[in-house]
Design a protein around this ligand. Structure first.
Ligand code: FRU
Length: 497
């Protein structure tokens, strides 16, 4: 029998993402404990090492030097007598405030222990810490765990911690049912309640989870910075979109977050269905100063049913977040990290300055693993865009409706859709042309499509499950013509050699 070399089969199962992080096997959900330290980006994640559906949660672990290629590492934290290891964060304790590191620096993970009250099956969620003196390779649980509990709150989870320089304190944002609670600490061990945010603010059709709070310059001007509070909102059978992430913009003084928009303003991070529970990296050096985000590329509505075997779940592309002013107010803008450009190979200018008045095939990739950059000049009241991963029976449409100023993605005929009734859907976002133009940057990776429109003003992330032979890229227009200023394709290399 001839043996197939491992490199020819590794990461080539049906639907396996080629340039997104996914575990070698078994279940993944939220990204956790993202921290940069000693030249490595750490990515921990909710992981069930014994099955392809959600189960007793561990922290899986991977590291990268460039946010593009990832090295899988052994499980970092596993369930113990206090409970399973739910979502949380990690920080560098530069000043050894914990005393764990003999005056040096080291990594501390702050996470939710999800178990039950003693001699009972009543669920209990508490916050615990663990520390590592060897760059995250091994972890010691703190003997004083848990470090924060509150019997009055059944939903009490997903701590995200950062050092607040002005008040010389650690700050924790924690999801507490329909609010975010804020705590402070001098040493990551003793926590004091500071404030609670969220009642009647924003979107409440599901439990609040996985908050993050950080400061960003507005339009690149650090003297005009604002604070951004990310809040993921869990699934609810009555809400077609499933689990989604909203954000608030305002001020933070070390204790209290103040939303500067009206309480009814709802701001979505992503207009697709598959970007959830995302948070940002801690301790990216000042010389870099980016706020880099990653999300879980799935949705609690159907996450346990998606049709992959062997593994289930992947992350979004890492994205740089920034704030930009617009006519509607200050908004979060996101773009894939620059490092991803290293995956481009043999870029091709497919079309330039061409009036499009009918459907035409523009590209036939070898595999559904590429990036498209397109710029359109709008004239007529047309609906135009791309039909991706297309065959005689399958297509995924990314389009723009000029009259309604809407960007949309339609996955109703994208391939396997029958695993959940809510999966086949079309969703949209308001997007105004800029100087008469619409710019689309689209990443296709075997089972996902991520769209960044008008330089990241709108992001749309969706899973799809097409046949690997459904690969044609078509350009279409209905109800009129559109001018294609340019269309470039970058086939993208796999990160799993
Ligand atoms: C969000 C979440 C978190 C929780 C984790 C459990 O997707 O529900 O609130 O900590 O997943 O895996």
């Amino acid at each position: 029998m001839t043996q197939i070399p491992i490199k020819d089969v590794y990461y080539t199962e049906p639907y396996r993402p080629q340039f997104h992080y996914s575990p070698e096997s078994n279940w993944l959900n939220d990204p956790n404990g993202m921290v940069y330290y000693n030249g490595e980006y750490h990515l921990f994640y909710q992981y069930h090492p014994h099955g392809t559906t959600w189960g007793p949660m561990h922290w899986g672990h991977a590291v990268s030097s460039d946010l593009v290629s990832w090295e899988h590492l052994p499980v970092a934290l596993e369930p113990d007598s206090i409970g399973a290891i739910f979502s949380g964060s990690a920080v560098v304790d530069w000043q050894d405030t914990t005393g764990f590191f003999d005056g040096e620096s080291g990594l501390v993970a702050i996470f939710t222990h999800a178990g039950t009250y003693p001699d009972s099956d009543r669920p209990r969620q508490v916050q615990s810490i663990a520390y590592s003196k060897d760059n995250g390779r091994t972890w010691q649980l703190y003997e004083g765990n848990p470090v924060l509990s509150d019997e009055s709150k059944p939903d009490f989870r997903d701590p995200k911690v950062f050092w607040h320089t002005e008040t010389n304190r650690w700050v924790m944002v924690l999801a507490t049912g329909q609010t975010i609670s804020i705590y402070t600490s001098p040493d990551l061990k003793e926590w004091t309640f500071a404030s609670e945010f969220g009642e009647n603010q924003g979107f409440h059709e599901g439990v609040w989870e996985c908050p993050d709070l950080f400061e960003l310059p507005v339009d690149g001007d650090p003297s005009a910075s604002k604070w951004v509070l990310l809040v993921s909102v869990g699934d609810n059978p009555g809400f077609a979109e499933g689990s989604r992430t909203q954000y608030f913009i305002g001020e933070f003084d070390g204790k209290v977050f103040r939303n500067e928009n009206s309480k009814d303003t709802i701001l979505w991070l992503d207009y697709g269905r598959d970007n959830y529970a995302g948070v940002s990296w801690s301790d990216i050096p000042h010389s870099d100063s980016r706020r880099v985000y990653i999300g879980w590329m799935s949705n609690w509505k159907y996450a346990n049913l998606t049709p992959s075997t062997k593994w289930r779940g992947a992350m979004t592309l890492p994205r740089t977040l920034s704030l930009a002013s617009s006519e509607q107010g200050i908004r979060l803008v996101q773009s894939p990290v620059e490092e991803l450009k290293a995956l481009r190979s043999q870029s091709i200018l497919l079309k330039e300055n061409k009036v499009i008045d009918q459907t035409e095939v523009v590209y036939m990739p070898e595999a559904n693993s590429y990036e498209l950059e397109a710029e359109f000049h709008i004239g007529d009241i047309a609906v135009f865009g791309f039909s991706l991963c297309t065959s005689s029976t399958e297509k995924t449409i990314v389009g723009y409706d000029v009259k309604n100023e809407q960007l949309f993605m339609d996955r109703t005929a994208s391939g396997q859709i029958g695993f959940h009734e809510g999966f086949a859907a079309k969703h949209q976002a308001v997007l105004s042309p800029k100087e008469g133009k619409i710019k689309l940057r689209i990443f296709v990776d075997w089972s996902s499509v991520e769209v960044f429109a008008n330089d990241g003003e709108v992001a749309m992330t969706d899973l799809i499950f097409p046949d690997s032979d459904s690969r044609t890229v078509e350009l279409f227009t209905e109800n009129g013509k559109v001018t294609l200023v340019s269309l470039v394709v970058h086939p993208l290399q796999t990160i799993w050699k």
